[in-house]
Write a new protein. Structure first.
Ligand SMILES: [Fe+2]
Ligand SMILES: [Fe+2]
Length: 194
């Protein structure tokens, strides 16, 4: 996977989370609700920024021209500012303060994602080449416990979720017109799931 695709998908997930924090939790919620949602979003952002700080920005910096140095400084500085903003939000002691901090912070977060997609990612695409972007994507996948497109679950099998009942599986297969290899061909005549 190209790391830029992975980072854009993470932006999308965080945009949904921050929309919810802004429109639902901050607008109507209690201080506890704001802190809960903000903590989750802060954690998502930290993981994402670590990927950018440790994988993407050093790769761009290694190109070694003035433009790449400026981009590195700009975005690593924004990561620090956003982290401080979340610390400020999580330290708020009343709902009025939390809402006020939230408005500014979420606006800064949206601007950050927009600027990365308009400046940083196109620059990375131009300068780094597809091979390196895929190598970085593999490192990103390992950091998220993904291997070759499959989820790796470190829990012992006894702790894994119980599989859905066989009849549910058959119902889903019927709805999408897929046959069940284990049950033999069905009258749906569709192709097997990969
Ligand atoms: Fe970022
Ligand atoms: Fe980002």
């Amino acid at each position: 996977m190209n790391i830029l695709n992975a980072l854009v998908v993470e932006h999308g997930m965080m945009r949904d989370a921050l929309d919810h924090l802004e429109r639902v939790v901050c607008a109507q919620g209690s201080i506890e609700g704001i802190m809960g949602s903000a903590t989750t979003l802060h954690h998502m952002l930290q993981l994402h920024a670590i990927t950018e700080n440790r994988l993407l920005l050093p790769a761009i910096r290694s190109v070694g021209d003035q433009g790449s140095d400026s981009v590195d400084l700009l975005f690593s500085h924004q990561h620090t500012r956003l982290d401080l903003g979340f610390s400020q939000l999580l330290a708020a002691e009343d709902v009025t303060t939390a809402r006020a901090v939230c408005v500014d912070l979420l606006e800064a977060l949206r601007t950050h994602f927009d600027e990365e997609e308009e400046l940083l990612f196109p620059l990375a695409w131009q300068r780094l080449g597809e091979g390196l972007l895929h190598d970085l994507g593999r490192k990103w996948a390992r950091s998220r416990h993904l291997i070759e497109g499959r989820v790796w679950d470190p829990r012992p099998s006894s702790q894994l979720p119980i599989e859905p009942p066989a009849e549910d599986r058959q119902l889903v297969r019927k709805q999408i017109g897929a046959s069940d290899k284990r049950a033999g061909p069905t009258d749906a005549g569709g192709e097997s799931l990969p």
